[in-house]
Design a protein around this ligand. Sequence first.
Ligand code: GDP
Length: 444
Amino acid sequence: EMFGQLTSGLEAAWNKLKGEEVLTKENIVEPMRDIRRALLEADVSLPVVRRFVQAVSDQAVGVGLIRGVRPDQQLVKIVNDELVKLMGGEVSDLEFAKSGPTVILLAGLQGVGKTTVCAKLAFYLKKLGKSCMLVAGDVYRPAAIDQLKILGGQVGVPVYSEGTEIKPSEIAKHGLEEAKKKQIDVVIMDTAGRLQIDKSMMDELKEVKKVLNPTEVLLVVDAMTGQEAAALVTTFNIEIGITGAILTKLDGDSRGGAALSVREVSGKPIKLVGRGERLEDLEPFYPERMAGRILGMGDVLSFVEKAQEVMKQEDAEELQKKIMSAKFDFNDFLKQTRAVAQMGSMSRVIGMIPGMAKVTPSQIREAEKSLKIMESMIEVMTPEEREKPELLAESATRRKRIATESGKTEQQVSQLVAQLFQMRVRMKNLMGVMENGSIPALSN
Ligand code: GDP
């Protein structure tokens, strides 16, 4: 499981909030400590962790109460949104030249997967309908040129090479001319890596960049190196100027530090990620999906989003006022149950996601059925009865009339009335109103 350790580290935070009713300054202290620890263990850079934890705690304390949403679920949502922000928010697409071939210059240290990326990228672009050409610029390792030729053959794209005796910048120049002649859409230039950053590598890259005037300069970094990847992106950006990064080996047991640190530390986006050794294992970097994978809580996120949508802030304040004055009536009851039912039908879709089926389809069907029953009883109430549920609690005659008119039993009507008062009490408790909210016994 990708980032499995990070996922379980964060789970500890949610678990500490089970049983709480609201997020407070006090009860988030422990969960925030768990979050901090989980991120540090995932090798996220310390300044990034600090900023992240601060942003999450600020929001957690200020967050309003949302009907039906537990505090731990609210925290999951806040952490998710901050993770997405941390990784740049939107997906950062590859840029293409307006005219002439698009040139992508690839840089990176040895062994990070640069040669593999050349082939994967060509494969990826071919699927988008672009013609590609690879240019072999690693003049120090004949084996690298051979490997590129083999991979190019597998993808079915031409590989331009001039052996090892010519300067990379010259090869780049000739390669680009060739591509223009052949009206190739995208030229991908492979360059030589080193075991470590050194001046000759940087100088060579600068020279190649000058010749090519590339649309994209992408640094290939290995996700296994954690926050070191973020430092590399920063250094290469300062030295040669890059447009983004490609993160490889995300399929391995990388801990997440690279994916979470690169953008924030370097200011440069991760554009693509490699998730395996096969040609098709390269995909755009989607911050939202990545955050979703890290948290592994797709159902909770959609649920909270839906609840937030259903209950706009105004609505919340209105409701709060009503609860405080004990005016929560059948009209509100109907609104709220409908909102919850809406979430219910949504969770039917979510239920299809493996491992996330917490609400069973039969539970949902059950809830939808009982909502219909409630609606039919509320429909036959007079406006006065809807606004003053006490009238129904006090009068068996009224309850009997409603039962007859809605075709339900008297017991069902009594249940509905009791439910409304239970709801009032629950909400009052939630709001911390110290009032005696006992459920009135139904009189005969
Ligand atoms: P270069 O020195 O940067 O050109 O690195 P290579 O492209 O030769 O790759 C080095 C090794 O990493 C090879 O064994 C690749 O198969 C492997 N590799 C590259 N990308 C990935 C990836 O996304 N996932 C995994 N598991 N292995 C990868």
